[in-house]
Design a protein around this ligand. Structure first.
Ligand code: HEM
Length: 510
């Protein structure tokens, strides 16, 4: 009885809250698909569709580059795939990260993590951490990446065992390899040094956290805060991760400070670079040992899964396109010892994979002050008014449709939904602006003050991995192509009706 009364009261408060927001905002005049449910809004269609984009790509065709979507409990959000609006949002400080951070990310990453801190604190921390990811610093990580992928090759050769018809799910192996590389480059130690408890927990986190993030992102903060105390295994894993990353971060920092005191070189990994700078004296970019230790999860959790999944999507496309696979192999074989930058087919391939499969396909932002959103196309409101720009009120939720934008026919051509790396070489991409992202002007790494910290590292990692794997193995599909693109906080390859990562591919050594 008490529960029912509380529920009724909460429902009335939420409804009144939404009504007051509607009166203030003109967003509700912007057309969008009808909402199937007040409780879930469009979230189930957006997040849980059998194949990512089943609804989203159709809505974009019907309603254009900006349309209104409903979040849970009637919350209005603007879905944006207009490049002018996207450019404005990602490069402006008038937008902050959406409630998903309030809800979930700061629980896993910790309040002092780069991923979580805001404003001036973020600017300072980011300035320091960029030092570990400059072009020069990233070049020094190449041997670590080479070792990691060579170990992966050995494991693939062992698993092949001469049976070429059976397929192997590459996702766990790729995830493990990118994880090991991130630990070595970020912290300067091996994965084993982190201990069995962390290794087991990391696997759980990588499996369940993105999914929880996707659900958590759609819930109001108060529901989420109540839920995280529930005795569910997934929340227990996140609490364990928080404890372990705090302890391990501190332990690794102390060991490095000891090495520095003994006169040993420590600036060979990101933690070491940050600490060496701090020991060098008081500069703008000097972080305290505690601040460095708090970046453990920002380096380890962000550095593994998005790259592993992007590589898995790339290998799946190679298996689906044997002619292109052979063309790429020919470029690699005829350029032994050449720099990756001088391999146009390899780089066109990586760009095409990042275009079609941007890990962060949907990114939430919230306006932190009133502003005017510029548009490339004018839009017609439900009342017939033509708008060339949209007044945005503080607090307005926006969803950046990165995948939607990167499949727009007007920029990428009528075959925008298809894998065709040659579009990057034959000049058939229509220009859409210049400031969307740091790599190939794609939005996959975003841009502005929150641009992916590890984008140069991720590109090098993909170059090194694809180069090695394509020169050593043929990739084919053994049975019908059952892999779908699904959204589990980030884009993952998965089998129909499943949210388990899967990239079953037949591998034959060359
Ligand atoms: C293909 C691989 C990757 C993709 C597509 C990707 C994409 C992104 C995107 C879109 C963001 C912005 C998220 C937001 O603000 O809402 C981001 C942030 C971030 N990424 Fe990546 N990422 C990749 C690999 C990496 C790697 C390898 C690392 C580290 C070694 C890394 C570290 C980070 C960090 C620390 C942030 C937070 C930056 C900040 O808030 O200042 N990422 N990434």
């Amino acid at each position: 009885m008490v529960y029912k009364s509380v529920l009724a009261a909460v429902t009335v408060i939420l409804a009144l809250h939404q009504l007051s927001r509607r009166r203030k905002s003109i967003i509700h005049n912007i057309p969008g698909p009808p909402s199937p449910s007040w409780i879930y809004g469009h979230m189930l269609q957006l997040i849980f569709s059998p194949e990512y984009g089943d609804h989203e790509f159709v809505w974009q065709k019907t309603f254009g580059l900006i349309y209104r979507l409903k979040g849970c409990f009637g919350e209005d959000s603007l879905m944006i795939s207009d490049p002018v609006a996207l450019q404005y949002i990602v490069n402006s400080t008038k937008f902050g990260q959406g409630p998903v951070l309030e809800n979930v990310v700061n629980m896993l990453f910790g309040k002092k993590s780069l991923v979580v801190v805001k404003g001036g604190a973020h600017k300072r921390l980011r300035g320091a951490m960029n030092m570990g990811f400059t072009a020069a610093a990233v070049r020094t990580y190449q041997p670590v990446l080479l070792r990691a992928v060579q170990e992966l090759s050995e494991r693939l050769e062992e698993s092949y065992g001469g049976v070429s018809s059976s397929s192997l799910n590459l996702c766990p192996l790729l995830g493990d390899t990118t994880f090991r590389a991130a630990v070595q480059v970020g912290l300067g130690c091996s994965a084993e040094d982190l201990g069995e408890e962390f290794l087991v927990n990391n696997l759980q986190i990588v499996r369940s956290a993105p999914h929880i993030f996707a659900i958590g992102a759609s819930l109001p903060t108060w529901i989420w805060r109540t839920m995280i105390h529930a005795p569910l295994a997934a929340f227990k894993d996140i609490r364990t991760a928080t404890r372990l990353t705090r302890q391990l971060g501190r332990r690794i920092v102390d060991a490095k400070l000891d090495s520095a005191r003994q006169g040993l070189q420590i600036d060979t990994d990101v933690f070491g670079i940050l600490l060496a700078k701090s020991l060098g004296g008081k500069t703008r970019h000097a972080l305290s040992p505690e601040e460095v230790a708090a970046q453990f999860s920002a380096l380890v959790y962000t550095g593994q899964d998005p790259t592993a999944n992007t590589i898995a999507f790339g290998l799946l496309e190679l298996a689906r396109h044997p002619e292109f696979q052979q063309k790429l192999r020919a470029e690699i074989q005829s350029n032994v010892g050449a720099s990756y930058e001088n391999m146009p087919v390899l780089n066109a391939f990586i760009k095409e994979v990042l275009r079609l499969y941007p890990s962060a396909a949907l990114i939430q932002r919230v306006a932190v002050e009133d502003t005017i959103l510029p548009l490339s196309d004018s839009i017609k409101t439900a009342t017939g008014e033509l708008m060339n720009e949209i007044p945005i009120r503080r607090g307005q939720l926006l969803t950046l449709g990165v995948a939607s934008f990167q499949r727009l026919e007007r920029y990428w051509g009528t075959d925008a939904q298809k894998f065709r790396p040659s579009r990057w070489l034959d000049d058939t991409i229509t220009p859409y602006g210049s400031d969307l992202g740091p790599y190939a002007n794609l939005a996959s790494f975003l841009n502005g003050h929150r641009v992916c910290l590890g984008w140069r590292f991720a590109i090098l990692e993909m170059q090194v991995f694809f180069h090695e794997l394509i020169s050593k193995f043929h990739f084919t599909l053994s049975e019908d192509d059952l892999v779908r693109v699904r959204f589990s906080g980030i884009l993952i390859p998965a089998l129909r009706n499943s949210f388990e990562k899967a990239a079953p591919i037949c591998i034959t050594p060359i």
